[in-house]
Design a protein around this ligand. Structure first.
Ligand code: COA
Length: 164
């Protein structure tokens, strides 16, 4: 059973999200956000505005993870959605990422998107690659040496795609 409840992120959630956002970016294995973001700058980047949205998965008042979703490109690209995901390090491996991933796929389906594209999945991020593949995404291409992983050096970024 997936833990917690998924609901839109509020301002009050941000301090908890910021904690694992910063930890995840500094860990250096999954996201190419600037390394010196302030909390306010990160909130600006993580908060999606309509027609997109940002959600959290909360369990008993604790935010365990967060996801963004919405059109990948404006205008003539807006029928393809995208998403980003972060789970608090202590809450990983318990189904939070899968619950958020399933939510994001369903959200796009209900909103009438044609497909979902993840733009930059680090090829050495095994948990993410396996999770997205298990939800039906395929790797449609890999940009070589595009991510400077803290542990592995320059590795590829997968573009992953799911037709809805
Ligand atoms: C990737 C991430 C979102 C997964 O969240 P999670 O809550 O740990 O994942 P879950 O517990 O829901 O696991 C789902 C699946 O992921 C895969 N997975 C999770 N941890 C794994 C690990 N350590 N090794 C291999 N696969 C793993 C498995 O396929 C698992 O499938 P299962 O449900 O059959 O066990 C989370 O690890 C995270 O926030 N990582 C840092 C940020 C990031 O990588 N975001 C995604 C960028 S594309």
């Amino acid at each position: 059973m997936a833990p917690g409840t998924i609901r839109p992120m509020t301002e009050a959630d941000w301090p908890q999200v910021w904690e694992f956002f910063d930890e995840t970016v500094q860990a250096g294995e999954s996201y190419a956000y600037p390394l010196d973001l302030t909390s306010g700058q990160a909130r600006e980047l993580w908060t999606m505005r309509p027609p997109g949205q940002t959600v959290v998965l909360e369990e008993s008042g604790t935010v365990l993870g967060s996801a963004t979703m919405g059109p990948n490109r404006p205008g003539r690209g807006s029928h393809v959605g995208t998403g980003s995901f972060m789970v608090a390090p202590l809450a990983r491996g318990r189904g939070v990422g899968r619950a958020l991933g399933e939510y994001v796929v369903e959200w796009h389906r209900e909103a009438g998107f044609h497909a979902i594209q993840f733009n930059a999945v680090v090829e050495t991020n095994t948990a993410a690659v396996r999770l997205w593949q298990s939800l039906g995404f395929e790797v449609v291409g890999t940009v070589p040496e595009a991510f400077d992983s803290r542990a592995h050096g320059r590795v590829g970024l997968h573009v992953m795609f799911l037709r809805l």
